[in-house]
Design a protein. Sequence first.
Length: 218
Amino acid sequence: MNTRFHAALAAAALLLAGTAHADYLWLQKEPATSGDNTNTSAYFSIRAGELRKPLAALPALQQPKAVLPDGKPLPVEARADRFDVALPAEAANGDLRFTATRTGDKGVLTYYQSRFGRAGTQAVNDLELVPTEPGGNTFKLMFKGRVVSASQVNVDTAEGWRRQLAPAADGSVTLGTPFPGLYVLEVTARVDNGAVTLDGKKYDDVRHTATLSFEVKP
């Protein structure tokens, strides 16, 4: 992100509107194969669309980046329908994050910020759902280091179970996990009066879409 964008965010208010399910990016763990590298603990893909309806082709995304909790970047391999990332063995117990941007033809700039795992209780991305305790089911929404109240958090699961979570009085949301599988929590926010100039073009509609995904074991 450029400095003009950071300055715009510092002076802008975040609008957390309750929205219906929309396209987002999410991280999911892929099954290991017999030929996988022994120095790799897990393989992940980053997909777009909705969990039950992934897009057949990735949208036009810029600046794709995968990072470990300490900020170390990881190689990202682009494919037609996804990005692939290998998590090194020494980072097996950490959370993985992925970010990318998308520029629209109607003055819309979207920042996608995805996280897999709920081991850490600190935010790394600008907009991030963070568990209040390691492995917990209660989450707070952080925007640039401060807690904000999510008016609505959308939930998708691999089993097709969908929910919309409303916040408690302190702004946190709590999710029950009644069955095993992949869970994806999603929230979208707009930056009020947060115009951004990127590569010489001005974007008046700046949006953040954040996801937190994790697996519940049987």
